[in-house]
Structure formats: structure tokens, C-alpha cells
Ligand binder design. Structure first.
Ligand code: NI
Length: 173
């Protein structure tokens, strides 16, 4: 396994709609392993393939946050939201592609999601709480959407300017 570089906003690769995964190849398994390792290392609770520069509909997540609870690494291939609750929930979201910036985003509190797992089997699960927010945030990445797209334009522009400055500083270092 290997850590992958996480793209930082703004980057045109973060704005593209990702392509469906055609089959669960050895290469795809390696990518999923690398993404989980990269996510835990960051640390973060979710990561989508476009964030490591791969335009495929694949995401990983683990939203277990209870101290001492076993981890639950999940790999979702070609995920689709098949139902969203009318009830909404607001979380202060962040993103590994937008380091140290946070903003309140309102989303459906519960979602039903189907996806293909690493064995090529179709899975279905209803997510709530942080899991629901995370899976929606990560599926947004597959559609070229970032959490800052839900914020007011001025706030979004301010964050984007900060990220451009961060990227310039990193390029000089
Ligand atoms: Ni994100």
C-alpha cells in the first residue's frame, strides 16, 4: 500500500464528473487500499477517487468515532443515492482537499445508498448521522461538487483565495 497525494482546491480535476467503474480489477483494489491508507493517515473520515486524481466513481469512508470501537473501512464503487429523508441535518463539514476550512452544510439526515463492493456484489444500506453526511459529501466529489459550493459566494471566494495562497506556499517549500 502507498499514500497518495491529495489534490487541493482549486483544481480542475476536482470539478469533473467521474466515470463509472466498469469492473473490480486488481488495480482498483490497490487504489481502494491506497485511498483508505491515505484517508486514515490524513486523518479523515472519507476520501473520493477524484481527490487523488483518479476520475472514477469510487469512495472510501470510515465514520466510526467512538473511542476504542473497531474501525469500519468501507469501499463504495459506483454508489447511488436511492432515497433521501425529508428531514434535514446540519453538520460543520470539512474536506481533505480544503484543509482547515469548515462550514455548515444542510443535507438530508438519512439516505439509502446502493453500491458495488470489492467482491463485485451489489450492496445497500441506510445511513444516518455522520455516516449520512459523509457519504453524501463523498458522492458529491464524484459529481465534481465540493462542500463549499453550498456556502455563500463570499465565504466560498474567501476559502478559495486561502487555498490558492496555501498552494503557492507549498509550491515554494
Ligand atoms: Ni471532501
Amino acid at each position: 500500500m502507498a499514500l497518495r497525494d491529495i489534490l487541493i482546491h482549486p483544481d480542475p480535476r476536482l470539478k469533473k464528473v467521474a466515470d463509472p467503474v466498469a469492473d473490480v480489477s486488481t488495480e482498483l483494489r490497490r487504489l481502494a487500499d491506497d485511498m483508505l491508507e491515505t484517508m486514515y493517515d490524513a486523518p479523515g473520515i472519507g476520501l473520493a477517487a477524484p481527490q487523488v486524481g483518479i476520475p472514477s466513481r469510487l469512495l472510501v469512508m470510515d465514520c466510526v468515532k467512538e473511542e476504542g470501537a473497531p474501525p469500519r473501512p468501507m469501499v463504495l464503487i459506483n454508489p447511488e443515492i436511492t432515497w433521501s429523508s425529508e428531514a434535514l441535518n446540519t453538520y460543520e463539514e470539512g474536506c481533505l482537499s480544503i484543509p482547515e476550512q469548515y462550514g455548515d452544510v444542510e443535507r438530508p439526515a438519512e439516505v439509502q445508498v446502493t453500491w458495488t463492493d470489492l467482491d463485485g456484489e451489489r450492496q445497500e444500506e441506510q445511513f444516518s448521522g455522520l455516516w449520512a453526511t459523509c457519504v453524501q459529501h463523498e458522492i458529491d466529489h464524484l459529481n465534481g461538487k465540493l462542500f463549499i459550493d453550498y456556502l455563500k459566494p463570499l465565504r466560498r471566494q474567501m476559502i478559495t483565495r486561502k487555498m490558492m495562497k496555501l498552494k503557492r506556499e507549498r509550491a515554494r517549500a
